[in-house]
Every structure is written in C-alpha cells, then in structure tokens.
Design a protein around this ligand. Structure first.
Ligand SMILES: C[S@@+](CC[C@H](N)C(=O)[O-])C[C@H]1O[C@@H](n2cnc3c(N)ncnc32)[C@H](O)[C@@H]1O
Length: 219
C-alpha cells in the first residue's frame, strides 16, 4: 500500500499555499470577511479561500459558458466562477436561503457580474428538474445538502455536455468518510463517493484539497 500524501498542511504551509495562488480581489475578501462577521456560527460552510481561484481557473480551462451551482450560501463560489465567465456566460445559482444569498447578490453587484448570475431560491432538486433535459451544462459545482448529492448527480449528468465538468466539495467530509457506521451527511458523502466512482458515464478523481474536492468529467 502506498503511503500517499506525506505533506501535512500546517497553518504556515497553508498561508504559503495562499501566498502562491492568485490573491482574492477586494470584493471576494470583503465577502469572506462579511460572512464571518454576520454568520460566525455557519461561516465555515463557505468554500475555502483557495477554492475561489481554483474554481475560476477551471471555468477558464474548460471554456465554460453555462454553469450550475448547487449551494450558494453567501455567494463566494458563485462570485469566483462568474468573474471567470465571458460576459455572455451564465451561472444558475441554487439555494433555499434568501437571507444568506442576499449577501451574495450585493457582492455580485459590486463585482459587476450580477447580470451573469441567476439565483433560484427553491430546493435545488426542483430547480435542476425544471432545466432542459438535453446536454447543455458546461460545468456544475455541487456544495449543498450532502444527503441529496446522488439525486443532484443524477439530474446533472444527463444535462452535462460531453467533456463537461462536475466539481463536488467536501468529499472527504472531515475524514468521516472512513466511518462505516456514519449516518446523516457523512453517510450521504460516503454513498455519493461510491456512486460517482462507479459511474461509467463519467471519469472522476478525488483530490485531497481542503475538505476533499472531486472533479468528474463526462466521457
Ligand atoms: C456549504 S453551503 C454553500 C457554500 C457556497 N458554495 C460558498 O462558497 O459560500 C451549502 C448551501 O446549501 C444550501 N442548501 C441546503 N439544502 C439545500 C437544498 N435542498 N436546495 C438548495 N440549497 C440547499 C444551504 O442553504 C447553504 O447555503
């Protein structure tokens, strides 16, 4: 058995990583700070800082023009992706919270990308099922309720164009994926990881970035 990742990411090393990635701009930094100030108990839900530049990179790499986000919270990941879209690109952001996403709307306005983002406040499964059935999505970012992830996957994959990308956050779930007796969200992530790895329509890699990030490409 190989030993795998031998580089422990200490706080100092994490700062080094951030220091060698594209820096967040003023709107992104402001949104992160506001989220922690307004919602300290749940701010940890925000996608990790290094994921902003990574998501933007993936938008540019894939040439995505049509993105779907499942789980928007205060809008950091949507902002990061929308900033990398071409001016006529579109991102559909799915969430159930008017309160949290209101902070996103403000930031998207400040960043000049609000016209690229369409926020749909409803259970994400309803929003996905109402989308055209044919392949038209270039990229999707899945970061919402973990128990529903297989259902999101099953709605997204047929709508994804060949070569399109699904990015799923928290696929290590703080290590709880190792717990065979896990329940709730951790069990959802465990089941999702098995489902994704076994899906012949997609090619997937689970990356040990932040809390685990799975990249899945449609064959
Ligand atoms: C981890 S947070 C998303 C973080 C976000 N990607 C960011 O970068 O800030 C999860 C979000 O999923 C939303 N959510 C939970 N259940 C949902 C559902 N059934 N449909 C749509 N959104 C849901 C929550 O309201 C919450 O804002």
């Amino acid at each position: 058995m190989t030993k795998g990742n031998s580089t422990k990411i200490t706080d100092e090393l994490y700062q080094y990583v951030l220091g060698h990635n594209p820096p967040l701009d003023a709107v992104q930094r402001g949104l992160v700070a506001t989220t922690y100030a307004k919602f300290p108990d749940v701010a940890g839900m925000q996608s990790a800082e290094e994921q902003g530049p990574l998501l933007a990179f993936l938008v540019r790499l894939t040439g995505a023009r049509h993105i779907v986000e499942v789980g928007t919270f205060t809008g950091f990941s949507a902002l990061s992706m929308a900033q990398a879209l071409p001016a006529d690109g579109r991102l559909i952001a799915c969430d159930v919270s008017e309160e949290w996403t209101a902070y996103g709307r403000e930031a998207w306005e400040r960043a000049g990308v609000a016209d690229r983002i369409e926020l749909r406040i409803a259970p994400a499964l309803e929003t996905l099922r109402a989308m055209p059935a044919e392949p038209h999505i270039d990229m999707a970012y899945v970061d919402a309720d973990k128990e529903s992830q297989i259902d999101y996957w099953e709605e997204l994959v047929p709508r994804l164009r060949p070569g399109g990308l699904i990015i799923t956050d928290n696929t290590l779930y703080h290590g709880a994926v190792l717990d065979e007796s896990a329940t709730g969200a951790a069990a959802g992530v465990r089941a999702y990881n098995e489902h994704v790895a076994a899906d012949p329509r997609m090619e997937s890699v689970l990356l040990a970035i932040s809390d685990g990030l799975t990249l899945s490409r449609k064959r």
